[in-house]
Design a protein around this ligand. Structure first.
Ligand SMILES: C[S@@+](CC[C@H](N)C(=O)[O-])C[C@H]1O[C@@H](n2cnc3c(N)ncnc32)[C@H](O)[C@@H]1O
Length: 205
């Protein structure tokens, strides 16, 4: 998606996100935050959106969130204030293609339902690898394209509407696997139809 399409699309999504797409994607958020809570440390959530995952991080985990859309971030900030989420260190407007953090700043980088939205997923993967410490982990939750079956056919049909709906419906998993220092160590289908997938990648030590 183009940056201007992200802004306009997520301006429309922000008021209804939690009760629509946010509801059907709950499983991935719970799964990824459980993994984070077992490992601890400094966490960066890229594309934090309305902050739906923020209440699920354990209180001792220090979470930084970034998002391109101010409309989505505004809602995340409201959750932090209303729910006293003191473990959330910072929420900043930022483009995931150029993360404003030093190399190796985080133990874990999480990106849920983000990678098929961003304009340049390969660059975003490279940036997430850069800010993750050697030996650290990158956790992705996303929908990835299916080659076969009627669902694959539906996904390809929706593909031209990416700017309107807010993500690419036929995004290939291969596009997140090209960063040399990252190794895929786990792949778990989530939900009954395998609509969403959890991927864990580790950064070479
Ligand atoms: C489908 S929402 C997912 C939000 C959240 N991760 C969740 O699971 O509910 C995608 C988010 O990615 C953000 N986004 C899109 N492109 C971005 C970019 N280049 N940099 C940072 N955030 C971006 C959007 O603003 C939106 O909040």
């Amino acid at each position: 998606m183009k940056p201007e399409a992200i802004t306009s699309s997520y301006r429309r999504w922000a008021p209804i996100y939690d009760m629509t797409f946010g509801r059907i994607t709950h499983a991935g958020r719970r799964h990824a935050t459980r993994v984070v809570n077992q490992t601890g440390g400094q966490v960066l959530e890229v594309g934090v959106g309305t902050g739906l995952a923020l209440p699920y991080y354990a209180p001792e985990i220090e979470v930084t969130g970034i998002d391109f859309s101010e409309d989505m971030l505004e809602r995340a900030r409201a959750k932090v204030a209303e729910e006293n989420l003191w473990h959330v260190k910072e929420l900043r407007q930022m483009d995931a293609r150029a993360l404003d953090f030093e190399d190796a700043s985080f133990d874990t980088v999480v990106a849920m339902h983000l990678i098929s939205v961003v304009p340049d997923p390969e660059q975003v993967m490279a940036e997430m690898a850069r800010v993750c410490r050697p030996g650290g982990q990158i956790l992705l939750v996303n929908h990835f394209a299916r080659e076969e079956g009627w669902l694959g056919w539906v996904e390809r049909g929706f593909a031209p509407l990416a700017d309107l709906i807010g993500w690419h419906s036929n995004f290939s998993k291969e596009r997140v696997l090209g960063v040399g220092c990252l190794q895929l160590v786990e792949e778990t289908p989530l939900t009954a139809l395998g609509l969403f997938t959890y991927l864990k990648l580790t950064r070479a030590a």
